[in-house]
Design a protein around this ligand. Structure first.
Ligand code: ADP
Ligand code: MG
Length: 525
């Protein structure tokens, strides 16, 4: 990138003539505007009454979603400051798996408040200091809101349900899905940690979402290499190979220059022998089920089918890795090296056709350390959104179980945060106090948005919430079916993991302060 430097007092220009430079207030306000605009774009999706967005890309592909991170990523945002808000959502998704809309909306509002402060001649560094100080107070407020009771299955179900309410869960209620999600996480949890990676989600279009179930093992999109192979194998010894069980096509074309019938017969015999050798080696190894990333010749498949061996060919690398890790198999790259030690195991492997797709289920035994949420739904859009909702729910349940800390949802924690910040702001000297108070005003965006998304007047709702917080301690704007009430969210099972709120405060503060500090944008053409 081009820039200007001073050497020995002489200005030296190394900027290309084509580069665009914006400085001072102009740079600040254009960045702030871009960041705010992006955050604003996801605001209507927040909460149980949030609406969905339909995103259509230049190729006509359609995504329908309520998920903040997905929306922001699908929007193809180019402005660098706006891109930083997308990163807020991304890091939120990565760290805790939920709260992406909250974090993006908070970042946008922190920028909006900063804009007002700049207009009042509060310097950017004062805003940054004030915001950081306020963020610290926010973290203390979150700690004060943490539940006292242990996080049991009931609370975990509430956490899952709260994260899925308002998402497109098809014909399924968030309540029944929450049950499945908690069961999945419990399955992979020990006293010390949660092996979140051992829970996978597999989607299949073509049935009502009511058919969504938990499979103790993994599912791969594969069909048997031959019709005559068994569709079910019990107590399976499983080989996972990176071996082609075919004559190399290259060998045939290049190396056999055939000019007599004898030579042709010899070549065919050699091929036949090679293929038979593969089939015998596999059969003799004792494997009942074979997964290979390479091709299997028809003749080899026929021979193995006759031996009652179930073979899947042409597996993708990630499927092969998943099968190996779930069943405890070691991948083998040379047939000569295949030993019983390399085998994995499962109680049962069976194949089943769903519509036009064949699926292989690898269940039980070693494979049951992994569980798969088998998501069904009528259309591609339904299963895709269900997959995102379940993914978020699995993440929040894992997060809540690991830390043992949940806080009241429905805006109650945000009301408590803003309240504590305003209280402590009184003791802060100078203009920084303005920045600290502005942070509290920005946090109000969450309950305000929850209110306006339920059709309530945001100002009235905020006043009522603050009053209830003052008198009752915990007060959120709870949506239950068509009813909206102000009450203690813990009483209604509306709970979020404390880490989701912490991460939102931290990532939003970081992005907003970074954007506010920029007063010079130099862009190459
Ligand atoms: P995010 O991407 O930030 O997770 P969501 O659309 O999932 O956005 O909304 C999350 C917010 O909705 C949280 O503040 C959560 O407490 C709140 N929420 C969840 N269920 C309810 C409910 N039944 N009533 C009110 N608020 C709820
Ligand atoms: Mg959410």
């Amino acid at each position: 990138m081009a820039q200007q430097r001073r050497m020995g007092g002489q200005p030296m220009f190394i900027l290309s003539e084509d580069s665009q430079r914006t400085q001072g207030r102009d740079a600040q306000s254009s960045n702030i505007m871009a960041g705010k605009a992006v955050a604003e774009s996801v605001r209507t999706t927040l909460g149980p009454r949030g609406m969905d967005k339909m995103l259509v890309d230049s190729g006509g592909d359609v995504v329908i979603t309520n998920d903040g991170a997905t929306i922001l990523n699908e929007m193809d945002i180019e402005h660098p400051a706006a891109q930083m808000i997308v990163e807020v959502a991304d890091s939120q998704e990565e760290e805790v798996g939920d709260g992406t809309t909250t974090a993006a909306v908070l970042a946008g509002n922190l920028l909006g408040e900063a804009e007002d402060l700049i207009e009042q001649d509060v310097h950017a560094t004062t805003i940054v200091e004030g915001y950081h100080e306020a963020a610290e107070i926010a973290l203390e407020a979150i700690a004060e809101q943490v539940n006292e009771a242990d996080v049991d299955d009931e609370i975990l179900r509430q956490v899952a349900e709260s994260s899925m309410t308002g998402k497109g869960t098809g014909g399924l209620t968030a309540e029944s899905l929450a049950e499945t999600v908690v069961e999945a996480i419990r399955h992979v949890a020990t006293d010390d940690d949660v092996a979140r990676d051992n829970v996978t989600v597999h989607t299949q279009v073509g049935a009502s979402s009511n058919a969504t179930e938990l499979v103790p093992g993994i599912i791969v999109d594969e069909e048997p290499a031959h019709d005559g192979m068994p569709s079910e194998v019990e107590d399976a010894s499983i080989a996972v190979l990176d071996v082609e069980l075919d004559v190399r096509t290259g060998d045939v074309d290049a190396e056999y220059a055939i000019d007599s019938i004898d030579q042709l017969n010899a070549a065919i015999d050699a091929e036949e022998g090679e293929l038979q050798g593969y089939a015998e080696t596999v059969a003799d190894s004792g494997a009942d089920v074979v997964f290979t990333t390479e091709d299997v010749a028809d003749r080899v498949a026929t021979a193995l089918a006759n031996e009652g061996i179930l073979v899947f060919e042409g597996l993708g690398d990630s499927d092969a890795r998943q099968v190996a890790s779930a069943t405890g198999a070691r991948r083998v790259g040379d047939l000569e090296d295949l030993e019983t030690d390399d085998f994995g195991s499962a109680d049962r492997i069976h194949t089943e056709a769903f519509g036009g797709d064949d699926l292989a289920f690898v269940e039980g035994g070693a494979a049951a350390e992994t569980v798969t949420v088998f998501v069904r739904g009528g259309t591609e859009h339904v299963v895709d959104e269900l997959e995102r909702a379940i993914g978020d729910a699995l993440d929040v349940v894992a997060t809540a179980l690991e830390s043992g800390e949940v806080v009241p949802g429905a805006g109650a924690t945000e009301i408590a945060i803003a309240d504590k910040i305003r209280e402590e702001a009184a003791g802060i000297e100078g203009r920084k106090q303005l920045a600290v108070t502005a942070f509290a005003d920005a946090v109000d965006i969450v309950p305000r948005t929850l209110a306006s998304n339920t059709g309530r007047d945001p100002i009235d709702a905020l006043v009522d919430l603050r009053a209830a917080h003052e008198s009752e301690g915990r007060a959120g704007l709870i949506t239950n079916g068509d009813e909206v009430t102000i009450d203690d969210p813990f009483e209604h099972g509306v709970v979020d993991p404390a880490d989701v709120k912490r991460e939102a405060v931290e990532s939003a503060t970081e992005a907003a302060t970074m954007i506010v500090r920029i007063d010079d944008v130099i862009a190459a053409e």
